[in-house]
Design a protein around this ligand. Structure first.
Ligand SMILES: *[C@@H]1O[C@H](CO)[C@@H](O)[C@H](O)[C@H]1NC(C)=O
Ligand SMILES: *[C@@H]1O[C@H](CO)[C@@H](O)[C@H](O)[C@H]1NC(C)=O
Ligand SMILES: *[C@@H]1O[C@H](CO)[C@@H](O)[C@H](O)[C@H]1NC(C)=O
Ligand SMILES: *[C@@H]1O[C@H](CO)[C@@H](O)[C@H](O)[C@H]1NC(C)=O
Ligand SMILES: *[C@@H]1O[C@H](CO)[C@@H](O)[C@H](O)[C@H]1NC(C)=O
Ligand SMILES: *[C@@H]1O[C@H](CO)[C@@H](O)[C@H](O)[C@H]1NC(C)=O
Length: 511
């Protein structure tokens, strides 16, 4: 397979088409699915696209797309999640899961498929597109000595935005992991400033240096510091849009590719599923906790509460349940390990989506106008679900204190009250009303980078000033010193001027 792949790459060198390498190393379906339409589209346009991915599209009709399967990385990820005691809402544990990116990088960069790609001097690319949250993957950009575009499958956090030259603000845009509300109290604001400082120091100095260590262990001193490569990014594609995500000032090199979803169904509905959906004219509830949270790992109490609630509902339930079988389920509940989510949501009988609140799921529900009940577990899910409740197209339940009556009444409210659906109609119209879709934007800007061999002419001034200037530390220091000087002078002159006055008074007293 390796040999085949290399000879395939060596053969291709056709005129107009570009050779593009896409590197999405993080083993999580939600990180991968965002970029699949892009690889598909670019290859259909006649570009020769090679991807390193943990979830290949495996579509043989895409003859210009070569996928190197990094699926083995899921073991490392699952191990990391297990070692912190499962997916949880605790921020420290979430950061330990982020840290597992280092072991994933170590495993991937040592893998023969990846080493062959890096070591073969016959392989060249015109553009590399690499997941910006995986610092060690930036070596691909350097190795092929061509411009590169960083990509992020969600809204980028402040540390990454700053590395790409985009100013950020901890009060206007708190980190999504914090899940503070939109109107911040003084305490929230202090929390947000302190957390963003800690988070940026962690990403910039600890996380990056761990990746640096991995790269140096494997390649020696072959590559410059990863932070320098990161700051050299031509463009950064972020999967956000100004309708669901906060309106935010972005430099021209940060491109929002979210909204106006162009995601293709990964698989059509099976005949069985199509039939279940078609005959359930009373309505269908789709329940999925996404790719990282597993329903099968929920406590038995929670599963039993959910089952008891579902048993009384007048609807059919589709439940993504990873172990395939679910004892005690009532007759209206259908269980599958995996559903073609977008196709399911598009079906006219779907009434409700019960979700963990991942960004991609919310995007798909806005697009298909399906109201939601959010059941957040970790990471940005709390933030996303609270945002959804505030915007008025769904409600939230807490899985740790779940009761049958509460779940039942929340489900019934969202299905029966038309206001959620109306809000979604309004939002999906706004999301789709753009001069070009996110996909078209991504394709256009990718060509721009190849045409101009990077985007150095758009380089942000933020990248060329030291941090103390950005935070105004020098200016504030000088102004404070000046103020102190003025206060001192005023004080001294009052003392000096008061001497004759005091003398006068003391003379008066003596008399
Ligand atoms: C593959 O690329 C060639 C040009 O390099 C293009 O003519 C052809 O349409 C592409 N085919 C598919 C199926 O993407
Ligand atoms: C690179 O190309 C040359 C000449 O086509 C060939 O002799 C050599 O074996 C190739 N190297 C690899 C690693 O494929
Ligand atoms: C940054 O980009 C420039 C121009 O493309 C290149 O010459 C330089 O080596 C790059 N530096 C790093 C650290 O990647
Ligand atoms: C949960 O239920 C399963 C059977 O479905 C059982 O094997 C398991 O031991 C139970 N776990 C707990 C913690 O009760
Ligand atoms: C099935 O339901 C019964 C009664 O509601 C309960 O006692 C039992 O623990 C459940 N079994 C499982 C595997 O959850
Ligand atoms: C669920 O809620 C509906 C409407 O609020 C109500 O009619 C029904 O009795 C409830 N079912 C249960 C089992 O509580």
């Amino acid at each position: 397979m390796v040999v085949l792949f290399i000879s395939f790459l060596a053969i291709i060198s056709s005129g107009d088409s570009a050779r593009i390498l896409g590197v999405i190393p993080i083993p999580s379906y939600s990180h991968q699915v965002v970029f699949q339409p892009l690889w598909r589209e670019l290859s259909l346009r006649g570009h020769q696209v090679t991807t390193l991915t943990t979830d290949p599209i495996n579509d043989p009709s895409l003859i210009n797309l070569t996928e190197i399967d990094l699926g083995f990385s899921y073991d490392v990820w699952n191990e990391a999640v297990k070692s912190v005691g499962g997916i949880q809402s605790n921020i420290l544990k979430t950061m330990r899961i982020i840290e597992s990116g280092v072991s994933i990088a170590r495993t991937q960069l040592r893998h023969p498929l990846v080493q062959d790609l890096l070591e073969n001097n016959n392989i060249t690319f015109d553009l590399v597109m690499v997941e910006y949250y995986m610092p060690s993957a930036l070596v691909f950009a350097k190795r092929f000595n061509c411009p590169y575009i960083g990509v992020v499958s969600m809204d980028a956090h402040s540390a990454s935005l700053k590395l790409a030259g985009n100013p950020t603000h901890p009060i206007l845009y708190p980190n999504n992991l914090l899940s503070v509300k939109d109107s911040l109290t003084l305490f929230d604001r202090i929390k947000s400033v302190v957390f963003s400082l800690i988070f940026e120091v962690y990403i910039n100095y600890i996380y990056y240096s761990h990746h640096q260590e991995v790269v140096e262990t494997i390649f020696g001193n072959h590559y410059p510091p990863l932070r320098d490569i990161a700051r050299n990014v031509s463009l950064l594609f972020i999967n956000s849009d100004p309708i669901f995500d906060k309106v935010k000032p972005l430099v021209p090199t940060v491109i929002q590719i979210g909204g106006g979803l162009s995601r293709k169904a990964s698989k059509p509905l099976s005949r069985k599923l199509q039939k279940i959906l078609d005959v359930s004219s009373a309505g269908v509830v789709y329940f999925s906790l996404g790719s990282n949270v597993k329903s099968k790992d929920l406590p038995n109490d929670t599963i039993n509460t959910v089952l008891a609630t579902f048993a009384e509902l007048p609807y059919t339930i589709l439940w993504k349940f990873e172990s395939g079988d679910l004892p005690n389920k009532s007759r209206n509940v259908y269980v599958e390990k995996w559903f073609p989510q977008l196709e399911v949501l598009k079906h006219p009988n779907i009434k409700l989506f019960i979700t963990q609140g991942g960004l991609q799921s919310i995007e798909e529900a806005i697009y298909t106008q399906i109201p939601m009940v959010g059941m957040p577990f970790f990471g940005d899910q709390f933030y996303n679900v609270k945002k959804m409740v505030k915007m008025g197209f769904g409600l939230i339940v807490d899985h740790t204190t779940l009761k049958i009556e509460e779940l039942n009444s929340t489900i019934m409210e969202v299905i029966q009250n038309p206001k959620y659906k109306e809000k979604l109609k309004e939002l999906s119209e706004l999301v789709l009303d753009q001069p070009m879709t996110g996909l078209e934007r991504a394709v256009w800007w990718r060509e721009y980078v190849i045409r101009h061999k990077g985007a150095t002419h758009l380089r942000s001034p933020l990248l060329d000033i030291p941090f103390y200037q950005y935070y105004l530390l020098d200016v504030i220091t000088v102004l404070l010193l000046l103020l102190a000087l003025v206060v001192y002078i005023v004080k001294v002159s009052i003392t000096v001027m008061s001497i004759p006055v005091r003398r006068f008074y003391s003379k008066v007293k003596r008399r």
